[in-house]
Design a protein around this ligand. Structure first.
Ligand SMILES: Cc1cc2nc3c(=O)[nH]c(=O)nc-3n(C[C@H](O)[C@H](O)[C@H](O)COP(=O)(O)OP(=O)(O)OC[C@H]3O[C@@H](n4cnc5c(N)ncnc54)[C@H](O)[C@@H]3O)c2cc1C
Length: 346
């Protein structure tokens, strides 16, 4: 079989995952990013790989489930090929249940998860915090602990993925001609460009601010409470996020809104209050107008493809995005679910 030349533009988590999947299937792949790998949204701090609730099932939830279930093998392979840690661990997630209604709903979801998560993970209702001292307190005395949630550290996983790609023979450049098949995984810049090309807003950026604290909780589950993600990383730091801002003055600066998120995090996990803040970070999430990933062929532009719209769950979706894009680009097999297509955003 002839070797296909693939050029992937954009070395965020989507571009790198597509490039890596194509490379593993035998293509000759160049990954091009003028700013270098992991410099867009994928260079952030948080890295929660957390599922949607197991109910009202749809394509998005099924796709995300499959991607989350692929993640262990995906990151193991990358660690092996690169010799670098990704920080991946399926360490679970703890959420306090704030009302009697939520406790009731959580019990219903326990039953639904058995079927929807195919026995591969559970949604457990606990009447005791298994990690007292790691918060969060629960007003009802009940918590949900799910065994599907995982974490990865963007600052470890991105370099590991770039190194694995190169170790397997992929090329990373800052400029490249549009050679062979071209995949555009250019995040927010791509959404802006496509909005011009299609004379219609196909998506926009949603700003997020987050912080990294020096506190070693690496073996503990992530916490989600009061809209705040608290993610213990493998390197002995804890990420806290995030704001969600449709309107902003500067996409890359942090402000009082992040301090408010931090204050909520301290209330949820008091152990964090004395931890040093090592970094404050802000960036734009690439949000397609459907809020779902935007994947597929570029309309009326033969040989060009789009992988964008990771929005708030790009890291969790990336393993599966890489595979469905490789199916399409290299094998002309369309395995992209409805609702995730480029046309859905036009
Ligand atoms: C604060 C915050 C917290 C988040 N938390 C999580 C989380 O916990 N879990 C999760 O799953 N997701 C999270 N996300 C979302 C996640 O970061 C994104 O969905 C994901 O990083 C998007 O990846 P991407 O590769 O599409 O885009 P990006 O990472 O933005 O990459 C796009 C790349 O394209 C490059 N580029 C632009 N133009 C060109 C061009 N013409 N040619 C070549 N390259 C170009 C850019 O330099 C950039 O490197 C968070 C996002 C934010 C902002």
């Amino acid at each position: 079989m002839a070797i296909t030349d693939v050029t992937v533009f954009g070395a965020g988590i989507f571009g790198m995952s597509v490039a890596y999947a194509c490379l593993k299937r035998g293509a000759n792949v160049t990954l091009c990013d003028p700013n270098g790998p992991g410099t867009g949204a994928s260079g952030g701090l948080v890295g929660a790989l957390a599922p949607h609730v197991p109910e009202l099932w749809n394509n998005k939830k099924q796709f995300q489930l499959e991607s989350l279930l692929m993640a262990q093998e995906f990151w193991d392979d990358i660690e092996q090929a690169s010799g670098l840690p990704s920080g991946y661990k399926r360490s679970g997630r703890l959420q306090p249940l704030a009302s009697a209604r939520l406790v009731e709903l959580a019990h219903e979801r326990t039953v639904k998860a058995v079927d929807l998560w195919q026995g591969k993970a559970d949604w457990r209702v606990l009447d005791e915090n298994p990690h007292p001292g790691w918060g969060p307190a629960s007003p009802t005395g009940f918590w949900v602990y799910d065994t599907l949630s995982a974490r990865m550290s963007p600052r470890m996983a991105g370099p590991a993925l770039a190194a694995a790609f190169q170790a397997r023979g992929g090329k990373i450049t800052t400029t490249a001609p549009e050679k062979g098949v071209c995949v555009w995984a250019t995040g927010i810049a791509g959404l802006i460009k496509m909005s011009k090309v299609f004379s219609h807003e196909v998506g926009n950026g949603v700003k997020g601010q987050s912080a990294l604290l020096g506190h070693d909780a690496r073996d503990l589950p992530q916490v989600f409470s009061d809209g705040v993600h608290i993610i213990p990383h493998a390197d002995g730091n804890v990420a806290v996020g995030s704001t969600s801002e449709r309107y902003y003055d500067d996409p890359n600066t942090t402000d009082q809104q992040l301090e408010d998120v931090l204050e909520r995090a301290y209330e949820i996990c008091p152990a964090l209050r004395t931890a040093p803040v090592l970094e404050r970070w802000a960036g734009l999430r690439p949000r397609a107008s459907t809020r779902s990933p935007m994947l597929g062929a570029w309309p009326n532009r033969a040989g060009h493809f789009i992988a964008n719209g990771g929005f708030k769950i790009g890291f969790g979706m990336a393993p599966k995005v890489g595979e469905v894009m490789a199916d399409l680009v290299l094998e002309n097999r369309d395995t992209i679910p409805e609702g995730f297509r480029v046309e859905d955003n036009l």
